[in-house]
Design a protein around this ligand. Structure first.
Ligand code: FAD
Ligand code: SIN
Length: 539
């Protein structure tokens, strides 16, 4: 058994921001599956939104405008107090990241170079070229590795939370730690702590086509669900409008490379095969409308025309502009044989961001005592029915700060309380090694295809029902596979993926209206009685 004052699961911006701060108050264990750099954070391109102090921000910008843009994107169900609280800490977040070594791009005058993205009425996105996430992730990992109070364990996969409810006799439902698979050795250990923080990111891999890395399998959300935490708004899965459409590549790779929204912020325009700026037919803001509108407009255009993709045109930009401002995108497209300065970029939407998640208060505390959730895994109320671009890196860092304040003040339960609980040994399934890996891959593929075909940008009651029926069968199969074999990370991810897929379908089925990124042909309008979160709980 391993004990620490803080047990953080996940090494993205949320988990590492918290680790670095928490290390001033006690011992911190950060566990992460795979390598610490494998996270959505490291893949972020566009940047981090923040209203800087007067003199450093764009003329006319202020926090109220950022709040208003966020509420507008969120389509009526953002929690305004949360939106305001997070946005007001934007400048502090930038200072903190800079102190930890992140270098944001500056103009020749030494001011921050501010970008713009869909739904933002002003330029307020700080960035490191088009690899902002990599700059942040590398700086945070380096900072965490320096601190003697932080133990950062790679290839440690959290399987399940340990809560007092598991012990059967205790009335207070609180977290006690987690069961963790040491991936290399195949051994399961108990990690014990009275403050456990889920910072496990999102669940993009639930869909066949996604911008997310392989690690985004919704593990934290599934663990929280199994432990009985309150979950909300899982129907709101955001699709990014512009992923490179590359039929020459095979499988999911053909649609997963993101072309940042910041490219549209710098003048890129979405056009159809005839060169028409079709998004303008749906919204006056055209290519810079919020993502739900742009993704739906593309979906509509592709279905209307029968074409496999639309195009993002930057050929009118001065020669060398893309290479200088978006070097990663430019070079990656070149490596696929596409010169974006000569030809418009073929693009399609793909699953990108989980707006719902484990419900938390403004301090990151969940419905289970001692359990916190921060970053993409959480549902704080910031995003409502559709996240405003570049608000998530901001949220991850701000919520780490708020959660720490809460943990060191009111949620410190004292070590002695932990000794009151006898932690049950890990209950393994059968010890047989999975002999038929094909079952895992087949189920994995079927879940992702089901979600893509029936639960993506445009939904209907009928499609959701079909998805629910298929997922019910898949869950049974996965459950028996899970209990019948020795655990490994593939089986664990499959178990989480099918659980999260079912939660998305469940929430989507309950919302009998169209709002933000949840659009159904059966109820194409917003309805007042659904102007609230979709809240679900297992027990
Ligand atoms: P992540 O950064 O995803 O970190 C989660 C960590 O948890 C990972 O280390 C993972 O390995 C670990 N983990 C997961 N499950 C387990 C488990 N069972 N056991 C142990 N460890 C586990 N947002 C912006 O604001 N601006 C952008 O420009 C931007 N661009 C993006 C571009 C791309 C291509 C993508 C995919 C996302 C982008 N986003 C952007 C979204 C943003 O990157 C994420 O929402 C944010 O980084 C999430 O941070 P996080 O710390 O919550 O999770
Ligand atoms: C992008 O760069 O387009 C992604 C921004 C985001 O998801 O916030």
């Amino acid at each position: 058994m391993k004990e620490s004052d803080f047990l953080i699961i996940g090494s993205g911006i949320a988990g590492l921001s918290l680790a670095i701060k928490a290390a001033e108050h006690g011992t911190v264990t950060v566990i992460t599956k795979g390598q610490p750099i494998e996270s959505n954070t490291a893949w972020a391109q566009g940047g981090i939104s923040s209203v800087l102090p007067p003199g450093l921000r764009e003329d006319g910008d202020n926090c109220e405008k950022h709040v208003s843009d966020t509420l507008d994107a969120g389509a009526g169900i953002c929690h305004e107090d949360v939106v305001r609280a997070i946005i007001e800490e934007g400048a502090e977040t930038i200072d903190e990241l800079v102190n930890w070594g992140v270098k944001f791009d500056k103009t020749a005058d030494g001011d921050y170079q501010l970008g713009r993205e869909g739904g933002h009425s002003q330029r307020r996105i700080l960035h490191s070229k088009d690899t902002t996430g990599k700059a942040i992730a590398e700086a945070l990992i380096a900072e965490a590795e320096k601190h003697p109070n932080i133990t950062l364990l790679a290839e440690h996969f959290a399987i399940d939370l340990i809560t007092s409810a598991k012990l059967g006799s205790v009335t207070e439902d609180r977290v006690l730690g987690a069961y963790v698979l040491e991936e290399q050795k195949g051994e399961v250990h108990v990690f014990r702590s009275d403050r456990v923080i889920l910072a496990t990111g999102g669940c993009g891999k639930v869909y066949l086509y996604t911008t997310n890395p392989d690690s985004s399998t919704g593990d934290g959300l599934a663990m929280a669900w199994r432990a009985g935490a309150t979950i909300a708004n899982m129907e709101f899965v955001q699709f990014h409008p512009t992923c490179f459409y590359n039929p020459a590549a095979t499988g999911a790779e053909a649609r997963s490379f993101l072309v940042s929204e910041a490219v549209r912020g710098e003048g890129g325009i979405l056009i159809n095969g005839q060169g028409h700026d079709f998004v303008k037919d749906h919204d006056d803001r055209g290519s810079l409308a919020p993502r739900d509108i742009v993704a739906r407009a593309i979906d509509h255009e592709i279905k209307r025309s029968g074409a496999p993709c639309v195009f993002l045109d930057v050929t009118h930009k001065p020669k060398g502009f893309m290479k200088e401002r978006f070097p990663f995108i430019y070079e990656t497209l070149m490596s696929y044989g596409h010169d974006c300065e000569k030809d418009p970029i073929p693009v399609v939407p793909a699953a990108h961001y989980q707006c719902g998640g484990v419900v938390t208060k403004m301090d990151g505390h969940t419905s289970i005592r001692g359990l916190f959730a921060i970053g993409e895994v959480a549902c704080t109320g910031l995003h409502g029915a559709n996240r405003l671009a570049s608000n998530s890196l901001l949220e991850g860092n701000v919520m780490a700060r708020r959660a720490l304040q809460a943990m060191v003040s009111h949620y410190h339960t004292g070590k002695e309380s932990l000794t009151d609980y006898e932690i049950p040994e890990w209950r393994a399934g059968d010890v047989a090694d999975p002999d038929e890996l094909v079952v895992i891959y087949h189920n994995w593929d079927e879940i992702r295809r089901t979600m893509w075909d029936y639960v993506s940008i445009v939904r209907s009651d009928n499609r959701l029902l079909r998805a629910a029926t298929r997922l019910r069968n898949l869950r049974k199969e996965v459950r028996s596979f899970y209990w019948g074999h020795r655990v490994n990370s593939d089986i664990l991810e499959l178990r989480n993926l099918v659980a999260v897929a079912a939660l998305i379908v469940d929430c989507a089925t309950r919302r009998k209206e169209s709002r933000g990124i949840h659009y159904t042909i059966d109820y194409p309008e917003k309805r007042e009685r659904f102007e609230k979160d979709t809240v679900i709980r297992r027990f």
